[in-house]
Design a protein around this ligand. Structure first.
Ligand code: NAP
Ligand code: MG
Length: 483
C-alpha cells in the first residue's frame, strides 16, 4: 500500500526511519492507507527548513503578498471542497455535513487572516521631548504547531493561518489519527505559491514527533491544542527553551438554563452542543445545569431531542458518527458504565439514548448520544471531560448556586446561559470563569472572528480573531533620541 509522505522544505519525503503508521476509518475499523512515522530526525530537518525560509524568501515577503497567498490558499481549499470533505469523513469519522462545515471554516480562516496581513500596525507613542518612539510587531521566527484529531482543518486554519499571516515559518505535527487533510492543505499551500519551508508537516506519534518538536531549541513559539495532560508536558518543554506557548486544552463547559428561558429555542442548541462531532469537541456543552423548577420539563424536551437522533457511519451523514478510535470508544463506554440503566434512581441514571443505524459496520467505534440525569456535582460524570456524546444534567437553585457549579470543575473554556433577564445575563457572563460566554445561543456559528481560548485547566493564550495575530508576534519598541 502506498503511503503519504511528509513535507519538508517544499519536498515530499519519507520519514528518515522509513517507518509508517496505519490510517484507519473509524466508521468501519478498516485500514485504508499509511502515513509516514516521522520522529526527531525529521523534526530536525523540518525546523532547519523553516529557519531557512524565515531567513530567506518567506521572511522577506511584504505583508500584502503574504496576505495574497493566504487568500489563494483559502480559495484552493474551497476548490477542493468535496475532496477535503471525503478525506475527513473517511479519516476522522465525521458525518459529511460536519466535514463540510470544517472545510468552510478552514477556508474562512485563510480568508480572514489573508485580509488582515497588511493591517496589523505598530504605534507611535508620545514620550519625552526630543524622542520619537514606535512599536513594531515582529514574527517570532519558527513556530511549532501540535494539533489534535478532532477538528484538524479548523485548527490548522486558526493556528497555521494566524502564524503564517504574521510571517512565521511553521512546523506542523497533526494528530496521528487525522493527518490526511493536513497533508492535502500542505500540497495546496505549495500550489498556491507559498515558498518552500514556510509550512512543513511532520506526521507521526505524539510521543516521538510531537515531543521532539515541543523540545526543539530552534522553535521560538509553540501552539498546542489537545489534552490538559499533554499540555502540561508541552509547557515544561517550552520552559526549558524559555519560549512562549499557547495552550488550547480541554473543557467541561456548562449550558445553564434558567426557568425564564425560551426552552424550545434552547433545546436544539443544547443537544447539538453535545452531539456535534460525536461530542469530541473541546467546547462541547457537556454539562446541562437546569433550574430546579423546570428540571423535569426541560429534561423531557432534551430527552425527546436525543431520542430523535441516529448514530451511524459517517458517509450516511446522520446526526452522529463514530468515535475516532477504539481507545476513545472504550473511554466513553467506561463513563456510561458509571450510570445506572433507565430504572435506577440513586445517582446518575440514563434517561435517553439516540437510535443506532440499522446496519452498523461491525468494526466501527459507535456510541449513541446519551442523556444522564441525577449527576452529583462532584461525580466524575460532572467533573471530567468525557469527549463523547454524553450530556450530564445537574439541577441548581438560583444564580449563586449556578455560578458555583459552573465554576466548580478544573476547566474554564466556554459557557452558555439561557435567560431573558438582561441583568442576569450580564451578572452571569461576568462571574463565569471561561474564555467565551454565549447568551441565548451556543458556539456563535464557529466564530472565526471571535477570540477563543481558556482559563485554568483549559489553557491560556487566545486563538481566532485578531487576538491570535498578537500571540504569533512580539512587540519591539524603538526609541529614537533626535534633538
Ligand atoms: P492529545 O492526546 O493531547 O493529543 C494532541 C496532540 O498532541 C496530538 O497531535 C498528539 O499526537 C500530540 N501529543 C501526544 N503526546 C505528546 C507528547 N508527549 N509530546 C508532544 N505532543 C504529543 O489530545 P487528543 O486526544 O488528540 O485531543 C483531544 C483533546 O484535545 C481533548 O482534551 C480536547 O478538549 C482537546 N482540544 C482542545 C481544543 C481547544 O481549542 N481548547 C480543541 C480541540 C481539542 P498523537 O495524535 O500522535 O497522539
Ligand atoms: Mg483515521
Amino acid at each position: 500500500m502506498s503511503h503519504s509522505k511528509i513535507l519538508i522544505g517544499g519536498q515530499w519525503q519519507d520519514a528518515v526511519s522509513g517507518q509508517t503508521l496505519p490510517v484507519i476509518n473509524p466508521s468501519t475499523g478498516e485500514t485504508f492507507g499509511q502515513i509516514s512515522r516521522g520522529d526527531k530526525a525529521d523534526v530536525d530537518l523540518a525546523v532547519a527548513a523553516a529557519q531557512a525560509a524565515f531567513d530567506g524568501d518567506w521572511g522577506r515577503m511584504p505583508a500584502f503578498e503574504r496576505g495574497r497567498l493566504m487568500m489563494r490558499l483559502g480559495e484552493a481549499i474551497l476548490d477542493n471542497f468535496d475532496l477535503l470533505t471525503d478525506l475527513e469523513t473517511a479519516d476522522v469519522g465525521k458525518p459529511v455535513q460536519q466535514s463540510r462545515n470544517d472545510v468552510t471554516a478552514c477556508a474562512r480562516y485563510f480568508e480572514f487572516y489573508g485580509g488582515a496581513a497588511d493591517k496589523i500596525h505598530g504605534e507611535t507613542i508620545p514620550y519625552l521631548e526630543g524622542y520619537t518612539v514606535m512599536t513594531l510587531r515582529e514574527a517570532h521566527g519558527v513556530t511549532g504547531h501540535i494539533i489534535p484529531w478532532n477538528y484538524p482543518m479548523q485548527i490548522i486554519g486558526r493556528s497555521i493561518g494566524a502564524a503564517l499571516t504574521m510571517g512565521n515559518a511553521c512546523v506542523l505535527k497533526p494528530g496521528e489519527d487525522a493527518s490526511l487533510t493536513s497533508l492535502k492543505i500542505g500540497e495546496l499551500a505549495l500550489q498556491a505559491g507559498f515558498p518552500a519551508g514556510a509550512l512543513n508537516i511532520v506526521t507521526g506519534l505524539g510521543s516521538e514527533a510531537g515531543a521532539a518538536l515541543s523540545a526543539h531549541p530552534g522553535i521560538r513559539h509553540i501552539s498546542f491544542t489537545g489534552s490538559t495532560g499533554v499540555g502540561t508536558l508541552i509547557q515544561k518543554a517550552a520552559a526549558e527553551n524559555t519560549i512562549p506557548v499557547t495552550l488550547e486544552l480541554g473543557g467541561k463547559s456548562p449550558q445553564i438554563v434558567f426557568a425564564d428561558a425560551d426552552l424550545d429555542a434552547a433545546v436544539p442548541f443544547l443537544t447539538n452542543a453535545i452531539v456535534q462531532n460525536s461530542g469530541q469537541t473541546c467546547s462541547a456543552g457537556s454539562r446541562l445545569l437546569v433550574q430546579r423548577s423546570i428540571h423535569d420539563e426541560l429534561l423531557d424536551k432534551v430527552a425527546g431531542g436525543i431520542r430523535a437522533m441516529v448514530v451511524g457511519p459517517a458517509v450516511r451523514n446522520l446526526n452522529c458518527g463514530p468515535m475516532v478510535n477504539k481507545k476513545q470508544l472504550d473511554k466513553v463506554n467506561g463513563y456510561l458504565a458509571m450510570a445506572d440503566g433507565p430504572k435506577g434512581n440513586n445517582g446518575p441514571r440514563i434517561v435517553a439514548q439516540s437510535k443506532t443505524d440499522d446496519d452498523l459496520p461491525k468494526g466501527g467505534y459507535y456510541v449513541p448520544p446519551t442523556l444522564i440525569a441525577g449527576v452529583p456535582r462532584d461525580h466524575p460524570l460532572a467533573q471530567e471531560e468525557i469527549f463523547g456524546p454524553v450530556l450530564s444534567v445537574i439541577p441548581f437553585d438560583d444564580e449563586e448556586d449556578a455560578i458555583s457549579i459552573a465554576n466548580g470543575t478544573k476547566y474554564g473554556l466556554v459557557a452558555g446561559v439561557w435567560t431573558k433577564d438582561g441583568g442576569r445575563q450580564m451578572r452571569m457572563a461576568r462571574k463565569i470563569e471561561a474564555g467565551q460566554v454565549f447568551i441565548n445561543n451556543y458556539g456563535a456559528g464557529g466564530g472565526v472572528e471571535l477570540p477563543f481560548g481558556g482559563v485554568r485547566g483549559s489553557g491560556f493564550g487566545r486563538e481566532k480573531g485578531f487576538e491570535a495575530l498578537y500571540g504569533f508576534s512580539a512587540t519591539k519598541t524603538i526609541a529614537i533620541k533626535h534633538d
